[in-house]
Design a binder for this molecule. Structure first.
Ligand SMILES: Cc1cc2nc3c(=O)[nH]c(=O)nc-3n(C[C@H](O)[C@H](O)[C@H](O)COP(=O)(O)O)c2cc1C
Length: 331
């Protein structure tokens, strides 16, 4: 079903159809990232990867917040940033299903070989519809409890995402989430309760990391950060510059940009707002969007979400095929 190496879906720019095609040509499996995109854009990408091994990643909609007051408080706090970047803060937008139904329909119509979900568990009916279309469904989890809940929906496999992973945590318990687990730990915890194959993800930076996870029983290893500087990736220039500077610092887990815990490079924004940021995806994602867009336009990395995992220091700029080759080298 899967090659042993998976190039992770990375929404927000890094994943391109070109990256997925390059991964497939090099013997890995790349996932398109449907997150934040309009269905038309997803459809264009599905057409662009036809004939290549590929998957599609879809965000499961988050439940509406019970109490919007902390979000309003955070909005007030962000006024200083809005002034700094000369943007208007939008009114709070509490729900957004990211065109979930349309994206599922596209996956069914295009009989996408693999569909992975993050941020929650899809309805069993959705899993059945995809299975009937010949699609293997994978659900991302961060703990044994989340694995049990996901298994009830009938997926073909689980993705065990560690706290070391770059980008958003798929956790459904963002409150207590600290992001301290390693890929080996989460793989073991998930395998202990799962009767389906488990893909390991988080913090992998070398062939030795990949081999250790495969040796510990992972059906495949999903790597994201290692591909952020791939020639074919659409990573923003400001993030590339930070990662190539030789001084990218360290990663932190923060809700400051989107309201969902995510690991990224520490910067001025994470220092200033991580402590105050409430739980609230996608409300905070929409709230900070104009600030992030203005910062990106100025090439100012200090207010950008620079998603990256703990292995970021080993990331090298190279064609994706070379990175696949490096990660897949025999131990
Ligand atoms: C920039 C970036 C964007 C990401 N976007 C997504 C996404 O859209 N969907 C998803 O399921 N995972 C996403 N992830 C998480 C990856 O699927 C995976 O768990 C992670 O990259 C593995 O850890 P690593 O980055 O240390 O290799 C993203 C990761 C990064 C670094």
């Amino acid at each position: 079903m899967l090659t042993s190496l998976v190039v992770a879906p990375m929404a927000g720019g890094p994943t391109t159809a070109e990256l997925v095609r390059a991964a497939a040509r090099a013997g890995a499996t790349g996932f398109l990232a449907a997150g934040y995109k309009m269905p038309e854009a997803v459809e264009a990408e599905l057409r662009a990867v036809a004939g290549h091994a590929h998957g599609l990643n879809i965000f499961v909609p988050s439940p509406a917040p019970v109490d919007p007051a902390p979000l309003e408080g955070y909005r007030q706090l962000l006024r200083a940033e809005a002034d700094r970047y000369q943007v208007e803060l939008p009114p709070l937008r509490l729900t957004d299903d990211d065109h979930y139904a349309a994206k599922i329909e596209l996956a069914v119509t295009y009989r996408v070989p693999l569909v992975s979900f993050t941020f929650g568990v899809p309805d069993p009916a959705v899993v059945r519809a995809l299975r009937d279309a010949g699609t293997a469904v994978l659900i991302t989890v961060t703990s044994a409890d989340e694995a049990r809940a996901a298994l009830a929906a009938g997926p073909r496999a689980l993705i065990a995402q560690a706290g070391s992973a770059g980008g958003h945590a798929s956790t459904t318990s963002p409150d207590g989430y600290r992001g301290t687990s390693t890929a080996l730990e989460v793989l073991a915890a998930v395998r202990a309760v799962a009767d389906v194959p488990v893909v390991a993800a988080g913090g992998t930076a070398s062939a030795a990391d990949v081999h250790a996870l495969l040796g510990a029983g992972a059906a495949a290893v999903q790597c994201g950060t290692a591909f952020l500087l791939a020639d074919e990736a659409g990573t923003r220039p400001a993030q590339r510059a930070v990662m190539l500077s030789g001084e990218p610092g360290q990663t932190v887990v923060t809700r400051a940009f989107t309201g969902q815990p995510a690991r990224g490079l520490r910067n001025r924004f994470t220092d200033a707002y991580s402590a105050a940021a409430p739980i609230g995806y996608p409300a905070i994602h929409h709230l900070t969007a104009p600030i992030r867009a203005a910062a990106a336009a100025r090439g100012d990395a200090s207010a950008l979400n620079l998603w990256a995992g703990t292995g970021f220091a080993a990331t090298r700029a190279a064609p994706a095929a070379d990175i696949v080759g490096m990660l897949g080298q025999a131990a």
